[in-house]
Design a protein around this ligand. Structure first.
Ligand code: 5RP
Length: 222
């Protein structure tokens, strides 16, 4: 028998928080996809009505297939819970996100949610953020100049590519993946980055998370 992965265990636990008629912020990535699949099963079995605000075009398509009613951010009064994955999280519930390139919409939706749950496998837990390169979303027009500035600051930017072509986000921006390990004050680093004209958003989520559900072995740790 196949054992359930840590990602799927965390996703199953998160779906238990969802009640009929709720509006859910729908994350992006493989862990979030497990959550959408299990939510879809509950919708079918229990006849629930669930509204979803997706964090990416890929998530929107997948959520529709799973019976979730899609709403845009401007159509909803409030988002009850957002459930999303992460690339890294620490004990202070700080995150690096954006491995899948959806960091901008993910941060907007997290910031507009009443409660934010992160679901992850145990490999995502770190004592200090930064082994995973921090994604920074940039306006294409300014990206080369921003990369030069980040290089001078010691952040070693790498322009994200998909095969031979430059990776483009749902908002048609680019991503520079940087090394933040030499930087200890993440709040001030984030402020400094956001202040650079042409940087749209960073994948540092320092204050939005309320709960992390981590699959570890066959258990889920809250
Ligand atoms: C997408 C994200 C994802 O949540 C993150 O990359 C984790 O992905 P996965 O669940 O596939 O490990 O931030 O922008």
């Amino acid at each position: 028998m196949n054992s359930i992965s840590e990602k799927e265990l965390a996703a199953i636990e998160a779906v238990k928080f969802i009640k009929n008629n709720m509006t859910i912020g729908l994350g992006t990535g493989s862990t979030a996809a497990y959550m959408i699949t299990h939510l879809g099963e509950r919708i079918k079995k229990e006849g629930l009505i669930i509204y979803g605000v997706p964090t990416s075009e890929a998530t929107e398509k997948f959520a529709l297939k799973n019976g979730i009613k899609i709403l845009s951010l401007e159509e909803v009064k409030k988002i009850d819970i957002t459930i999303d994955g992460a690339d890294e999280f620490d004990t202070y519930l700080q995150l690096i996100k954006g491995g899948g390139g959806a960091l901008l919409r993910e941060k907007i939706i997290a910031s507009n949610s009443e409660f934010n749950i992160i679901i992850a496998d145990s490999g995502k837990q770190v004592s200090r953020l930064g082994a995973f390169r921090l994604p920074i979303e940039t306006v294409p027009f300014a990206t080369k100049k921003i990369a030069d500035q980040l290089h001078q600051k010691g952040l070693d930017p790498i322009l994200r590519k998909k095969g031979e072509t430059v990776f483009s986000t749902d908002e048609k921006n680019y991503i520079l993946d940087v090394n933040i390990l030499p930087f200890y004050n993440l709040e001030s680093l984030n402020q400094e980055l956001i202040a650079i004209p042409g940087i749209v958003e960073t994948g540092l989520f320092l204050t939005t998370t309320d709960l992390v559900l981590m699959g570890k072995g066959s258990k889920v740790i809250h």
